[in-house]
Structures are given as C-alpha cells and as structure tokens.
Design a protein around this ligand. Structure first.
Ligand SMILES: Nc1ncnc2c1ncn2[C@@H]1O[C@H](COP(=O)(O)OP(=O)(O)OP(=O)(O)O)[C@@H](O)[C@H]1O
Ligand SMILES: [Mg+2]
Length: 247
C-alpha cells in the first residue's frame, strides 16, 4: 500500500429533507488500501457510496479521487450495489462482458477476463442462462464477476456477500483478496459482519448512529492468510465488537 491518497472525504454532509444522515464526515483512503466500513443499519453507508458515485447530490463538503472531484467517465470505479442488479435481457456472459464493453476493452482481453471471472465465481456452465433462470446467490455472483472483470482502480462493495452460502462466501472473500493483491486496486467494502471485516481489511472504519460521524478507525495489520481463531484476530474482532455494542 502506498502513502498516496486515493479517496479523500472532507466535511461530507448529506441529509434527506429534515433527516441529517452524514454529519460532517472526513476520512481518507490510501491507494491500495482495503477499507471496511461498519455501522448501524440506516446510518448512511449506502448513502455514502451513492454520494461518492454522484447518484446523490451532497449538501456540503467534498469527495475527491486522485486529488480531483470524482468524474465517472475518467475514474475507473466499479460499484456492487446492495440491491444487486443484472440486466434481464442479457445472458450471464453478456452481463459480465457489459462492464468491459463500455470501457471499449479489446476483444481478446475481454474474452480472457470474462472466462477468468466466470470460472472464479463458478458460472461458466451457466453462461447462456438469463437472470430469471438463476437463484439469488447466482445473480449476485454475476454482479461480482462483472465488477471484478474490469479490474477497477476503486472497487465499492455494499454488503456483497450477505446473501451467499458460507462456503461460497469464504471462496469469494479469498478471491477478492487475491484480486486485490494482484491488481493493487483500492477497495471500500461495507459489511455488517465483524469477522468478515477483520478477515478482509487493512483498516476498519466504525460509524455512529445518525447523525452519523466516524466513531473510530482501527488499523488491521494482521498478516495474510488470516486465521479467524488466531489470538490477534480475536483481539481486533473484540475491539470492534466492543465499539458497536454502544450503537
Ligand atoms: N433516497 C432517499 N430518500 C430519503 N431518505 C433516504 C434515501 N436514501 C436513504 N434514506 C434514509 O437515509 C438513512 C440512511 O440510509 P442508508 O440506506 O444509506 O443506510 P445504510 O447504512 O446503508 O443502512 P443498511 O445497513 O440497512 O443498508 C436512512 O434513514 C434512510 O431511510
Ligand atoms: Mg445500505
């Protein structure tokens, strides 16, 4: 991880009508960092990602990437929504290709990436299926594969593994770590699962209830591969658990 700042959030404030959600939030994400954000339900985690991607206007403050205001045309950002979304008229393979197509990626590279990620999430057999023929967890795998295929500079993930069975979840967590190490991408990953946050992250940002502020930022330098039963692992998990007990 470098010292270079990838994403900088300064005095970010966002409300919906009278409801103040994000209350003067500031933090930075370094290039190549894997940041997990945990916070109570409804505190504004999705609102933050939507604000970053300009789906929402913010009231005040700023979010920059590489020192400039976010520009979705220039900045390579992939966003895996909490409500995962596939395109119903496209097959599994076409859905995964879509992200690369809009980036005008060459055919050979596109084919290689699509094959790799389809294999990774176990969907090769289902490449010609349409979303209506898939289970919820398979749909989620399509969305994850589409994001991974573009090897983005910044990968935003909003509780992406919540619906998956445990075995697949562990597999995709490890794949995510492999991809992250291979590409040096910066990841912001939202989860309710503290163990998952400690397993994946370099750092965990704990948010408060609304109006939401950053409660604490916890460094997580544990060596990888991590073992959930290791005493150092348990220690960090307990620190985070202690913080969220007082939500
Ligand atoms: N488009 C919107 N219009 C009005 N209120 C909204 C809108 N989007 C979110 N909110 C409100 O803003 C607050 C934050 O919502 P958000 O979805 O960001 O929370 P969250 O932290 O992602 O929650 P969860 O953990 O349940 O996913 C909630 O009180 C929600 O009702
Ligand atoms: Mg949310």
């Amino acid at each position: 991880m470098s010292e270079e700042i990838k994403v900088k959030v300064e005095h970010l404030t966002k409300s919906f009508g009278d409801l103040l959600v994000l209350d003067d939030i500031s933090f930075e994400v370094k290039k190549g960092e894997f940041l997990c954000i945990v916070g109570p339900t409804g505190c504004g985690k999705t609102t933050f990602l939507n604000s970053l991607c300009k789906l929402y206007d913010i009231d005040s403050g700023s979010i920059t990437m590489n020192g400039k205001p976010i520009d979705l045309k220039r900045d390579d950002i992939a966003y895996i929504f909490q409500e995962y979304s596939t395109m119903s008229w496209l097959t599994v393979e076409e859905n995964i290709r879509y992200g690369l197509k809009i980036k005008h990626c060459g055919e050979a590279l596109m084919r290689e990436r699509v094959e790799n990620v389809m294999e990774m999430v176990g969907l090769t057999k289902y490449r010609n299926y349409y979303p209506r023929q898939l289970s919820a967890s398979m749909l989620q795998r399509v969305v994850i594969a589409r994001a991974f295929a573009v090897e983005p500079q910044l990968l935003l993930m909003d509780e992406p593994y919540g619906q998956l069975d445990l075995q697949l979840k562990y597999h995709l967590e490890d794949e995510l770590i492999n991809l992250w190490r291979k590409t040096g991408t910066t990841v912001i990953f939202i989860t309710h699962n503290i163990e998952e946050a400690v397993y994946l992250s370099n750092r965990i940002l704990v948010l408060t209830n609304k109006p939401t502020k950053v409660k604490e930022s916890i460094e997580n330098p544990l060596p990888r591969p991590r073992k959930v039963s290791a005493p150092e692992f348990v220690e960090i998990r307990e620190r985070v658990t202690e913080l969220i007990k007082w939500w």
